[in-house]
Design a protein around this ligand. Sequence first.
Ligand SMILES: NC(=O)c1ccc[n+]([C@@H]2O[C@H](COP(=O)([O-])OP(=O)(O)OC[C@H]3O[C@@H](n4cnc5c(N)ncnc54)[C@H](OP(=O)(O)O)[C@@H]3O)[C@@H](O)[C@H]2O)c1
Length: 277
Amino acid sequence: MILITGATGNVGRIVVERLAAEGREVRALSRRPEQVQWPFGTRAVAGDLVDAASLGPALDGVESVFLFAAPGLGADFVGAAQAAGVRRVVLLSSGAVDDEAQVQDGPIAARHHEIEQLLRASGMRWTFLRPDTFATNLLPWSYQTKNGDEIHGAYAKAAAPVIHEADIADAAVAALTGEGHDAKAYRLTGPELLTHADQARILGEVLGRPIRYVEIPAEQARAQMSGHVPAPILDDILKLWEQSLERPHPVSADVEAVTGHKARDFRSWAREHAEVF
Ligand SMILES: NC(=O)c1ccc[n+]([C@@H]2O[C@H](COP(=O)([O-])OP(=O)(O)OC[C@H]3O[C@@H](n4cnc5c(N)ncnc54)[C@H](OP(=O)(O)O)[C@@H]3O)[C@@H](O)[C@H]2O)c1
């Protein structure tokens, strides 16, 4: 039995679909499973990752877990998984984690690094998926594209190898169902480095109208984004964007190494999500 946590999220949702389609025994965790339409064959279960006492029915009989690093996730979860006999954990971590750093730079890296360390010490088999910037982060741009042809945001030249959520899900499925992924940390990226300005241009080409990224001061962008991103994470994101002007994260070949197919490009992602914009 494979337990998928974060099963209603951008990545977990696709992992559930893929595993259910393969006919695997899948259990999907949500804090509100009754409100969700699950793929055929999926058993949904209620539970909160940061309330270990709520996870008994979710973990019962489970061999492998796809783990979403919910804020507050920690030793209680790892203890509950060990006690339930879980043998393998595939963690949705973050490309912000730096193995060389003495101290992780910012709360996003620190939170994911902490759960990684707990899993390394747990005796369970582990694989860490460390994706770079999700293309889904652009979905809030739709509020602007629906009202015009300009995206107002910080750092037009901030660059990232943005990744399609389906590639992260494919890597998760490979690590959950295949061999050779134990004690590996995969840096998952899209196939090319794109600035915010590039992303807006490509989105416009897909939508059939020119979309332009208009740079605004970081402080103004902070106010604009504060409605949908918590303050400490927002500071971290703005800092990562600023750092990327000098030192953008490089493209990695890990998606292809793990999944056997090339990473999907941003244009494909934009086509698949065009109706949102
Ligand atoms: N966005 C990026 O650029 C980026 C880059 C690298 C890494 N990451 C990491 O990837 C993860 C985000 O993945 P995603 O986009 O697939 O997620 P998402 O769409 O934000 O959804 C997360 C899901 O996790 C579940 N969840 C949240 N807290 C929970 C809790 N306490 N107990 C049980 N379930 C809980 C929620 O399910 P219910 O509401 O149904 O309970 C939610 O649907 C984060 O850890 C993030 O740091 C993101």
